[in-house]
Design a protein around this ligand. Structure first.
Ligand code: FAS
Ligand code: PHB
Length: 390
């Protein structure tokens, strides 16, 4: 087999890149180790920056997003019984975010790819990127017990944090930066109306909580749990009791409990691999970086990576220029590190750290007080939350 670009991973990064390449007439094959149902079964992000919304429109995959996406002009931060609203639209001269689940983004991209006549090779086993430091990369894989090789010009490593691509790079060529947080997020999806019309992030003495949503009838909630906790130890009743104890009373009184249709714990880490390019292998999305979900940046960083990588590949094939490919890693990392900073800062502001001292807790309160009192401070949060420029 031969193609121009092999994409490893059919999460949002891989599917978005594949769709953009196909619409630009650039041949590509997507290899995914799991089934489509498995990929769709992962409940993850919920907030899209405008950059991601625009990319989905460019990919021809935004019809349902335009119909069902919830445009949000602000969100609130609770501190004990106090609450402060970040007026995103007012503080950023009109910018907003859109609440629309990653599951829906992935489903829309899968449909768009199918309609474009391009397919994804699901249940691809032993996917292995090779010879990417030379001029003629090869990707081998197994499917239904048979071995295959695809010769290509470029490999896009869109295979997430646990993928094969980053691990295929010689360790001496990589610089890794990581912070692992001593807690995780226990998330619940429930078919009940949201507790509030906007997102509420809460810092309470019992720990962090987040009230989010997927639609006017479906809510997404999170509570901070220790890294050793197991989702099966949390009954629905226990979860909702704890959630209500961590958010301001007016919000707690509006939380409608129900049977969890999904319940899972996500570990929290900050992680960056530098550089994001190795010869003809390019890393994008979670394959290259991870942020704690506190700043709603994970999926949105994947979007800006794909913007830069698609533009660079199109420039190579259309204009015969490799300037974009040469600049990709430095350009993507410049935005990645700013989102890492914001996600790390929001996590520090809102969570209870096991080893935190009285001074640390006073620092959190001082940050909150400063946010409430300073337009400059709230403008900084707002411009990061809506997404820094690409
Ligand atoms: P993904 O991990 O989504 O996709 C990678 C794909 O590659 C997967 O389908 C995987 O099966 C496949 N793959 C892996 N190894 C392979 C191999 N060897 N061969 C072939 N395929 C392979 N972000 C937010 O903004 N908000 C959130 O609330 C949030 N919650 C999250 C919760 C969890 C549990 C996790 C893990 C992440 C969360 N994120 C959140 C971040 C998440 O949304 C990612 O940023 C997003 O999925 C990135 O998409 P991809 O880069 O496509 O990686
Ligand atoms: C979500 O709705 O899943 C969500 C929203 C905002 C975040 C993290 C997760 O910061």
């Amino acid at each position: 087999m031969r193609t121009q670009v092999v994409i490893i991973g059919a999460g949002p990064s891989g599917l978005l890149l594949g769709q953009l390449l196909t619409r630009a007439g650039i041949d590509n094959v997507i290899l995914e180790q799991r089934s489509a149902d498995y990929v769709l079964g992962r409940i993850r992000a919920g907030v899209l920056e405008q950059g991601m919304v625009d990319l989905l429109a460019e990919a021809g995959a935004d019809a349902r997003l335009r119909e069902l996406g919830l445009v949000h002009e602000g969100f609130s931060i609770g501190f004990g019984e106090r609450s402060f609203r970040i007026d995103l639209k007012g503080l950023t001269a009109g910018k907003t975010v859109t609440v629309y689940g990653q599951t829906e983004v992935t489903a829309d991209l899968m449909s768009a790819r199918h309609e474009a006549g391009s397919e994804v090779i699901y249940a691809a086993e032993d996917v292995s990127p090779m010879d990417f430091d030379g001029g003629h990369p090869i990707v081998s894989f197994r499917k239904d017990g048979k071995g295959y090789e695809i010769r290509c010009d470029f490999i896009a490593g869109c295979d997430g944090f646990h993928g094969v691509c980053r691990r295929s790079v010689p360790s001496k060529a990589l610089s890794l930066f990581e912070r692992i947080y001593p807690f995780g997020w226990l998330g619940v999806l429930v078919d009940q109306p949201p507790a509030a019309h906007e997102l509420v992030y809460a810092n309470s003495e019992r720990g962090f909580a987040l009230c989010s949503m997927r639609s006017p009838k479906r809510s997404r909630y999170y509570v901070q749990v220790s890294a050793s906790e197991r989702a099966e130890d949390w009954s629905d009743d226990r979860f909702f009791d704890e959630l209500r104890r961590r958010v301001p009373k007016d919000v707690a009184d509006s939380v409608r409990a129900g049977a969890a249709i999904e319940k899972s714990i996500a570990p929290l880490r900050s992680f960056v691999a530098e550089p994001m390019r190795f010869g003809r292998l390019f890393l994008a999305g979670d394959a290259a970086h991870i942020v704690p979900p506190t700043g709603a940046k994970g999926l949105n960083l994947a979007a800006s990576d794909i913007r830069y990588l698609f533009d660079a590949l199109r420039e190579h094939y259309r204009d015969g220029s490799d300037a974009g490919l040469e600049a990709y890693s430095k350009r993507a990392l410049a935005r990645v590190w700013k989102a890492e900073r914001f996600s790390w800062w929001m996590t520090g502001l809102l969570h209870r750290f096991p080893e935190s001292s009285g001074f640390d807790q006073r620092m959190q309160l001082a940050e909150f007080e400063y946010l409430c009192a300073s337009r400059a401070a709230s403008m900084s949060v707002a411009e990061n939350y809506v997404g820094l420029p690409y």
